[in-house]
Design a protein around this ligand. Structure first.
Ligand code: 5RP
Length: 237
């Protein structure tokens, strides 16, 4: 079974999970290839929810294409659940997110939801977070000062660059990747994150940081994880 099939399998399982929620509510929906599988699986059942709240422009586009209603988060009082993928998840449900660059809106929507349902394949499960470079969204003019502060944490800090949209040009991208919020992303490689709660709050306090892609305060409540033998459901307290 390849990774795409594992993502589809967990997307189907997440669809079954959210259809157990009482009908007529609003659902928070994440970003990335696994979240896309979930959106596609849920599309035939979209009327179970009166609307969705989206964590990125890409997700909004996909939801609208399927005919989901996408609501302004400011007009939403409560969300029973937020469903999203992760780049890494540890045994306590702490996650690294932001590989797709949507970390800020993901964290905002996750903070509105009663439960975070993380969906991924088992390659994302790790004993200690940090093998995946930790994304930090920043205000562009603070790049220099934030880089210096982040380097003190001991990792290697790199500005994320935009992928070339010209398939015919085998060129190295040189423009910064720009988020949906107009921010830039610094990726910190080489960290071993043994205290995610402390590190999240430490990085959050650096002036110029918009959001760190450590989800320890907004960690997963439920994990649906797929491997070749099926999908397991874990819960975290
Ligand atoms: C986007 C994210 C994604 O959830 C994360 O990168 C996982 O993506 P995928 O499901 O494509 O592996 O945080 O900002």
């Amino acid at each position: 079974m390849n990774q795409d099939q594992l993502k589809q399998m967990v997307g189907e399982a997440a669809k079954d999970e959210v259809l157990k929620l009482p009908a007529g509510q609003i659902l928070g929906i994440g970003t990335g290839s696994t979240a896309n599988c979930f959106i596609d699986a849920l599309a035939p059942h979209k009327d179970h929810f009166v609307g969705t709240v989206s964590s990125s422009n890409a997700t909004t586009e996909r939801l609208l294409k399927h005919g989901f209603k996408v609501l302004d988060p400011n007009l939403v009082q409560s969300l029973p659940a937020y469903v999203d993928g992760a780049d890494e998840i540890d045994p306590a449900g702490n996650m690294i997110k932001g590989g797709g660059g949507a970390l800020t809106r993901e964290k905002i929507i996750a903070s509105m939801a009663k439960q975070f349902i993380c969906i991924c394949d088992s390659s994302k499960q790790v004993a200690v977070l940090g093998n995946f470079a930790l994304p930090v969204e920043i205000i562009p003019l603070a790049k220099g000062v934030v880089t210096k502060e982040l380097e003190r944490l001991g990792g290697k800090v790199t500005l994320r660059l935009a992928k070339s949209t010209r398939a015919d040009l085998n060129q190295t991208p040189s423009e910064p990747f720009v988020t949906d919020n107009g921010g830039w992303i610094l990726d910190i490689a080489g960290l071993s994150i043994t205290d995610p709660v402390k590190l999240e709050s430490q990085i959050n306090q650096i002036a110029g940081v918009i959001t760190v892609g450590l989800f320890a305060k907004e960690k997963a409540d439920v994990l649906l994880v797929s491997n070749a033998t099926g999908v397991s459901r874990l819960t975290f307290s």
